[in-house]
Design a binder for this molecule. Structure first.
Ligand SMILES: Nc1ncnc2c1ncn2[C@@H]1O[C@H](COP(=O)(O)OP(=O)(O)OP(=O)(O)O)[C@@H](O)[C@H]1O
Length: 231
């Protein structure tokens, strides 16, 4: 009898010995971890502990004091081809969706124009803006100027990008801010679906991700004492 084997998930991203210093304060030191297809990783820690700094390093928007971030590149035909994100910047950006504190939504444009703009800029998903509008529950608001939306509706307009993207690596800074209970559970369902189709998510949130607890939810904890836990 042949022993059954579980196929090994592919490695999408690898952080190697990341050290981050801000204003003479060591936020984290020699932080290493791997992110596989199907992983959902929650970065947690108190305010100011370095969560956003870590996410920005993972996107390539800022540089670590030491260490590097590698991703699975298809630039050569090797099966395992981890490359520095700084080396194949353009290819990495095509694999990445970053949702930061700034929404990227233009107040002087309508909801529909913003969604179309997203598609033109990043987008790729055949379902297009009509489906994204339904997914974020903004039907009927498509002609509203974004500047006239409530904080939650504004955030939902920004979050439509998640439904419009085919990028495998999602890095999301506080995606649940201003989102109501139904919206939170819709997002959790979206995260699960993304992980199940082989993507990965690295996010910060102070939200208890109870709906994701039985999945491949992992946690990276940063704290002021510079003791860094990864489990
Ligand atoms: N570009 C920068 N220049 C100087 N200091 C910075 C910079 N970015 C962040 N910091 C400092 O680094 C520390 C960590 O900031 P960061 O935003 O990463 O924390 P955080 O854990 O995401 O916080 P929060 O939970 O409040 O969002 C803070 O003390 C902040 O002032």
């Amino acid at each position: 009898m042949t022993p059954s084997t579980t196929p090994k998930a592919s490695l999408l991203l690898s952080a190697k010995n990341l050290t981050c210093i801000r204003q003479d304060r060591l936020l984290f030191d020699a932080l290493s971890f791997d992110v596989f297809a199907g992983d959902i990783i929650q970065v947690e820690g108190p305010n100011g502990s370095g969560k956003t700094s870590l996410l920005r390093i993972l996107t390539g928007l800022s540089q670590p004091y030491e260490g590097q971030v590698l991703f699975q590149s298809t630039a050569t035909h090797n099966k395992e081809n981890l490359q520095a994100i700084t080396r194949y910047r353009e290819e990495y950006q095509q694999n990445l969706l970053y949702f930061g504190h700034l929404s990227g939504i233009k107040g002087e444009m309508t909801v529909e124009e913003n969604l179309n703009f997203n598609i033109a800029l990043h987008g790729d998903n055949a379902d297009g803006q009509a489906q994204a509008l339904t997914n974020v529950n903004l039907m009927g608001f498509e002609d509203n100027l974004a500047s006239n939306l409530s904080a939650g509706q504004h955030r939902r307009t920004a979050l439509a990008r998640l439904y419009q993207s085919n990028a495998p690596i999602w890095i999301l800074d506080e995606p649940f801010t201003a989102i109501d209970k139904q919206g939170v559970s819709d997002l959790e369902a979206l995260f699960l679906a993304h992980a199940q189709r082989g993507g990965c998510i690295i996010l910060t949130t102070h939200q208890d991700l109870s709906a994701l607890a039985n999945t491949q939810l992992k946690k990276i904890t940063l704290d002021y004492s510079n003791d860094i836990a990864f489990d």
